[in-house]
Design a binder for this molecule. Structure first.
Ligand SMILES: [Zn+2]
Length: 303
């Protein structure tokens, strides 16, 4: 049986919120099978916000969730790290609205999850296997999922900037490939946008310690972690946003010039297109998953 997973023990870290600049305590706690990934704002009581498309709120600069006026922001890098390690169930506690930005990548969260350890639970994991293409486009921004025996992502970006006119990469996402080739890629921004965000009271916690900043002709940071760190970070964001579907996806995600708004709109569209996927179990690692007999293909709705 390909079992659902949680973390083995509670673990915490401290960082700052990218937009508020405030110090944030983050704690990951083990959670039971079928409870999913959930957030709790310890500064606002016991109410939990499930990490699902049904709770999407605010997707301009980062991906946010909300339920009963309890909101959490900038969830995507942590979600990408969790799903890449195969964590299906975890309670994430924050004492502030924002997940800490750490170094702008998912690598510190991968480290945190490994420190907590992985626990296999007594329940089968279900995958959402794409059987027919699903696609949306908005102008020249496109995103689609195609049938495939593996989860892989092809991403391409193009900007009017000498360092990233066009970058494209395909990565088959596994725990190892994500940790080595995707997780260390940092978020990036343009210096002209930083100035505008600061004027609007945003990015107050942003610095060269947690983002690649692009000036007119080059980067303000000393170096890149990969020549194509930018497109790798877009893959990271897409993996994190796709986690809001609520199941690991088996399919080939292809995105061009997309962003959080299109990623999350697409995650919601996937759940609506019930004829384009099936829920399956993977009885043996490495084999193509089998259809679950007699189970309706209904999304795991949050309550
Ligand atoms: Zn990002």
């Amino acid at each position: 049986m390909d079992a659902q997973r949680s973390i083995r023990r509670q673990i915490s870290c401290v960082g700052i919120g990218l937009h508020s600049g405030n110090k944030v305590n983050l704690t990951l706690k083990p959670a039971p099978a079928d409870s999913g990934i959930r957030f709790r704002r310890t500064d606002l009581g016991q109410h939990e916000v499930p990490a699902t498309v049904q709770h999407l709120a605010g997707i301009q600069l980062a991906t946010g969730l909300a339920s009963n006026e309890v909101s959490v922001e900038t969830v995507e890098h942590l979600l990408a790290a969790l799903v890449s390690v195969g964590i299906d169930n975890v309670l994430i506690e924050l004492n502030s609205p924002e997940v800490p930005i750490m170094d702008g990548s998912a690598a510190p969260f991968i480290y945190l999850i490994h420190e907590a350890g992985v626990k296999r639970l007594q329940a089968a994991r279900k995958y959402l296997k794409i059987v027919r293409p699903i696609a949306i486009s908005r102008g020249d921004k496109r995103i689609a999922l195609f049938p495939s025996d593996h989860f892989k992502v092809t991403y391409s970006i193009s900007y009017d900037h000498p360092l990233l006119r066009h970058q494209s990469r395909t990565i088959r996402i596994t725990e190892d490939s994500f940790a080595e080739e995707v997780a260390p890629a940092r978020t990036f921004t343009f210096l002209k946008d930083v100035e505008m965000m600061r004027q609007n009271g945003l990015a107050l916690g942003g610095s060269l310690e947690n983002a690649i900043v692009l000036g007119e002709t080059g980067i303000l940071n000393n170096s890149l972690r990969f020549d194509d760190e930018f497109v790798r970070h877009k893959i990271l964001d897409a993996v994190g946003d796709l986690a809001l579907v609520g199941y690991p996806v088996i399919g080939h995600l292809v995105a061009h010039r997309a962003g959080h708004a299109l990623h999350t709109e697409f995650a919601a569209k996937i759940l609506e297109e019930t004829h384009s996927w099936r829920l399956v179990e993977a009885p043996v690692d490495g084999l193509v998953p089998m259809a679950v007999p007699g189970k309706a293909a209904a999304p795991r709705l949050a309550n």
